[in-house]
Design a protein around this ligand. Structure first.
Ligand SMILES: Cc1cc2nc3c(=O)[nH]c(=O)nc-3n(C[C@H](O)[C@H](O)[C@H](O)COP(=O)(O)OP(=O)(O)OC[C@H]3O[C@@H](n4cnc5c(N)ncnc54)[C@H](O)[C@@H]3O)c2cc1C
Length: 397
């Protein structure tokens, strides 16, 4: 039987879109399905991209499409804080080896726009949205996805349908779930003093406040706190919200003006126990959704893509079945990275999101100790950059 596609990807979020483009880059044909309208999705988040993720976007030809939108991050400054006082004992990360940035910031709406335009321009990608999946049949030889008026066939189904993945549920893959009872506000602001490409993370008792540099002398914020504190901050009039934010950042950047609306997100940890099933691979938040404090959720998803599509490309070159041969290797390659990062972000959140005096003291000393140990810092940086261990080629230059 001649199949329509090499892969059918369900979910056209940032991960599904990038997966489709990576398939096209490796000459694999992809159908990209989404339950929702594909355009005009307000997303006020900005993503911190590691150098590996930045390299992947480069291979997909997106650097030029995002020109003027990618803000280099030159340094990360991490400190313990409570209102009115930010600890001087801080941990600082910068890439002293290459003298280049540690990563790049990009606004999600800009990134999505660039990905969508590229996907629409690609002859190897069919975008079908909004759709309702009537049935999924995974047979011995292929997968058939039945929509209202057509059937699509491929050897492999890729679930990029987010943290509440219905494909994961269909395959009865269990998920370890932890509700943080925290939410995060995201928005951006313009400021008086230059940010010089420095990202700040202040750990308050309720949760971290991240200030992330954007192009045009603007900062994106991710302000995490207990769910009721965030609901209250969302309801504040704009001037009061700005005052509250300034108190938390100690007027670091002079006067500030909000650039857009606030959006809030509930925070939880979810990690799938398996990343594969019969003719099915999970990627992105469908496989792992983690606390945003390390800015790693999307990066993990992009690393899934680079690994999976490298394996699919190699299997196709050898004439192997794409729906079976690469799956075991994919899971073995990817699952530990996500487990390690989800555990790290979970422990950091527990360790920092409290106001217990001995812990506060210990973490301040801990931060400055790690800051002085260049080896520990370099291990942490490699893990966060996605260049620790066996790195997929698409993440390198
Ligand atoms: C506040 C916050 C800040 C963050 N900051 C960063 C950061 O700085 N760096 C970073 O790397 N990560 C960050 N993340 C994480 C990152 O945003 C997510 O990991 C990423 O957006 C997940 O993308 P996704 O495509 O896997 O899932 P989603 O964006 O959830 O997309 C899933 C898609 O699947 C579709 N879908 C769902 N169900 C179905 C179905 N049944 N049929 C068809 N389609 C379906 C949906 O419509 C959607 O389009 C942050 C997260 C939060 C909450």
């Amino acid at each position: 039987m001649k199949l329509d596609y090499d892969v059918i990807i369900v979910g056209a979020g940032l991960v599904g879109l990038t997966a489709a483009l990576t398939c096209a880059h490796k000459r694999l044909r992809a159908a990209l399905l989404d339950a929702r309208e594909i355009d005009s999705r307000p997303d006020k988040r900005a993503s911190a991209l590691t150098i590996g993720s930045y390299n992947l976007l480069g291979h997909l030809g997106l650097h030029s499409k995002l020109e003027g939108r990618l803000q280099p991050m030159n340094k990360m400054h991490i400190a313990d804080a409570h209102i009115g006082k930010i600890s001087p004992l801080a941990l600082e990360f910068m890439d002293t080896k290459s003298d280049g940035p540690t990563g790049y910031m990009v606004e999600n709406e800009q990134l999505r726009g660039a990905l969508l335009t590229a996907a629409r321009d690609s002859a190897a990608i069919d975008i079908v949205a909004p759709i309702h999946i009537q049935n999924i049949a995974r047979t011995a030889s292929h997968v058939t996805v039945s929509l209202d008026n057509q059937d699509l066939n491929a050897p492999l189904l890729i679930a990029a349908d987010g943290r509440n993945s219905s494909l994961r549920e269909l395959a009865k893959i269990n998920c370890l779930t932890k509700n943080y009872n925290q939410k995060a506000i995201v928005t951006s602001f313009a400021h008086e003093r230059p940010h010089n490409g420095v990202a700040y993370q202040y750990f308050y008792a309720g949760g971290p406040l991240a200030l992330l540099p954007l192009t045009g002398n603007r900062m994106s914020i991710v302000w995490s706190d207990g769910a009721s504190a965030i609901d209250a901050a969302m309801a504040l009039p704009e001037t009061d919200f700005v005052c509250e934010l300034q108190r938390r950042m100690n007027q670091l950047l002079g006067d500030i003006v909000l650039c857009g609306p606030r959006q809030s997100f509930p925070l939880s940890l979810q990690i799938a126990q398996r990343y594969t099933d019969h003719r099915l691979a999970l990627i992105g938040d469908a496989a792992h959704a983690i606390h945003p404090l390390a800015g790693q959720g999307l990066n993990l998803g992009l690393r899934d893509i680079a690994a999976l599509i490298e394996l699919l490309h190699a299997a196709k070159g050898r004439g192997l079945d794409l729906g079976t041969a690469p799956l075991q290797d994919y899971e073995a390659w990817r699952i530990n990275d996500a487990k390690l990062l989800s555990a790290t972000t979970d422990i950091l959140n527990q360790l920092f999101s409290n106001d217990i005096a001995p812990l506060r003291h210990a973490r301040r000393i801990g931060l400055s100790m790690v800051n002085n140990l260049s080896r520990s810092k370099s291990v942490l940086m490699k893990q966060a950059a996605g260049t620790a261990g066996h790195t997929p080629k698409l993440l390198t230059t």
